[in-house]
Design a protein around this ligand. Structure first.
Ligand SMILES: [Zn+2]
Length: 294
């Protein structure tokens, strides 16, 4: 397929080249109508990379609670290499998730809530809405937005960083928009009792039934999301959140590895979400990062 005009018909084969980094023979193509040349590598996840041998291990490591710096250390590369992979992998996983939403069968029950984390310091908190399918625990969509600091941090945050407009609504709306491609119109949607959800859900899913249950936030210890003994109707959701926190180093509680940029954190979230879905339908094999095309 031509990367410019997206047509299949006008593309012809045009020889090979031998890739210097690993001696692989790569097929070249040419589009007759756009007159551009490209190769099978143009669409590959390791396009224009020198260190392609560690892509899959890097993907697994980043999704296993290891910081980016330590990942660089393990694979004997500089941290910048990992930062570039995070961007690349993040973009691939975001597209994969979007394609997955489009192609999968409609979801009948979905649960959504927000995870809280921060960028650089607790004075700059962010909200991370995540939607999970109840039956399979698969992550359907993630999003991110700045929110204001709470409690005693509110005043300090205002003094130090000024007013940070809340992006909570736009982040939630983005999430719900993504859900519209994969959630059935008459689905059951679960969330906690936060007062902004009912209106939001009614607007996008007028026929859906929305149920709420008491949220319990604020636990600081490791498995904060799961520390409770009573029956929890949104267990699926909380279990997934606990896995995000455990497996993404920047989301762990009391961590040293803080996210530095919102867009980079979103990349990591997308990478983990995709990994999580692959891991759920693992078949003895380790999850592999590939361009999703089902
Ligand atoms: Zn073309």
């Amino acid at each position: 397929m031509c990367p410019k005009c997206k047509s299949d018909e006008s593309v012809i084969k045009r020889g090979f080249y031998r890739r210097p980094s690993d001696q692989k023979k790569v097929q070249r193509y040419r589009c007759k109508s756009c007159k551009i040349s490209f190769s099978e590598q143009t669409f590959a996840i390791d396009y224009r990379q020198q260190k392609r041998w560690f892509n899959q291990s890097c993907f697994l490591t980043l999704c296993s609670g290891v910081s980016q710096r330590r990942t660089a250390y393990i694979f004997h590369v500089v941290p910048r290499t990992i930062a570039r992979r995070v961007k690349k992998f993040g973009e691939i996983c975001e597209e994969n998730l979007a394609k997955y939403r489009k192609k999968r069968e409609k979801v009948n029950e979905v649960q959504l809530d927000e995870l809280e984390s921060f960028i650089h310091t607790k004075l700059k908190p962010v909200t991370i809405p995540i939607a999970v399918e109840k039956k399979t625990r698969k992550v359907l969509a993630v999003s991110i937005g700045n929110i204001g600091a709470k409690g005693y941090l509110k005043k300090i945050s205002l003094q130090k960083y000024g007013r940070r407009p809340s992006e909570r609504m736009s982040a939630l709306k983005g999430l719900v928009r993504d859900l519209q491609t994969c959630v059935a119109a008459k689905a059951r949607i679960g969330s906690d009792k936060c007062p902004i959800y009912p209106k939001l859900i009614r607007e996008s899913f007028p026929d859906a039934s929305h149920y709420t249950c008491k949220g319990s936030r604020g636990a600081i210890v490791g498995l904060g999301e799961l520390k409770k003994t009573v029956f929890d109707p949104i267990f699926t959701l909380n279990h997934t959140y606990a896995m995000f926190r455990d497996n993404l180093k920047t989301l762990s509680r009391r961590t040293w590895a803080t996210a530095k940029r919102k867009d980079r954190l979103l990349h990591l979230l997308n990478i983990y979400a995709w990994f999580h879905n692959l891991w759920l339908d693992r078949n003895r094999a380790k999850p592999r990062l590939e361009i999703f095309d089902a």
